[in-house]
Design a protein around this ligand. Structure first.
Ligand code: AMP
Length: 213
């Protein structure tokens, strides 16, 4: 499947993407994970991106398109891909359209995960992420805690609160989402690709998506 997952930070795009990879072997492509990996590895990309990320601002479109132009041409994308956190702006969506046309790839749909703001605020402030950039497993202190406090079940690395998941950064990320990313719903509606899903449970979202495919 070739999908875009749209939705505010904390809507569950990453969780749904991981579940969908198990359906048919499509790969999850998370620009946030790629960027956090680059920051942890101290690459040029990471150095350029870190300040924007920590403040809860978007990384400039040209950096993101550089990453995605390469990533979508890798062999593992042939089976399908789940775009998680990309595109985030209208210019990214327009650039993606050109890129996909050039590569001869057609999208199945753009899924909009619709979640109430109070649920999102609660989820993000209680979310914890594995600090190992090769793992980045996600936990929640309330609904999905680690077996041993502060230690990743999968790889044993410390589990931390992301720098952009403080209350101040979360508020700013949600404002950025409303201003820059929410307009993509209209963009993909015009393209005839939008599917709105009420994202109460990730399993229900996955069922709704697989039914539509
Ligand atoms: P995420 O894990 O998707 O919430 O992304 C974490 C941070 O990475 C965002 O707050 C942005 O700073 C940056 N980021 C991720 N994806 C994008 C994108 N497509 N465009 C711009 N910035 C991005």
């Amino acid at each position: 499947m070739k999908l875009i997952l749209l939705g505010a930070p904390g809507a569950g795009k990453g969780t749904v993407a991981k579940l969908l990879t198990e359906v048919d072997g499509s790969v999850q492509i998370s620009t946030g994970d790629i960027l956090r990996g680059a920051v942890a590895a101290g690459t040029e990309l990471g150095k350029k991106a870190q300040g924007f990320m920590d403040a809860g601002d978007l990384v400039p479109d040209d950096l993101i398109m550089g990453i995605m132009g390469d990533r979508l041409q890798e062999d593992d994308c042939a089976k399908g891909f789940l775009l998680d956190g990309f595109p985030r702006t209208i210019p990214q969506a327009e650039a993606l359209k050109v890129l996909l046309t050039d590569l001869g790839i057609e999208l199945d749909m753009a899924v909009n995960l619709d979640v109430a703001r109070d649920v999102i605020l609660d989820r993000l402030s209680t979310r914890r992420t594995c600090s190992n950039s090769d793992c980045q497993a996600i936990y929640n202190v309330k609904s999905n805690p680690t077996k041993e406090e502060g230690i990743c079940d999968k790889c044993g690395s410390p589990v931390v609160q992301r720098a952009d998941e403080t209350e101040e950064a979360i508020t700013h990320r949600l404002e950025t989402y409303n201003e820059k990313t929410a307009p993509l719903i209209g963009f993909y509606e015009k393209e005839g690709l939008i599917v709105n899903v009420n994202a109460t449970s990730s399993d229900a979202v996955v069922a709704a998506i697989t039914e539509k495919l």
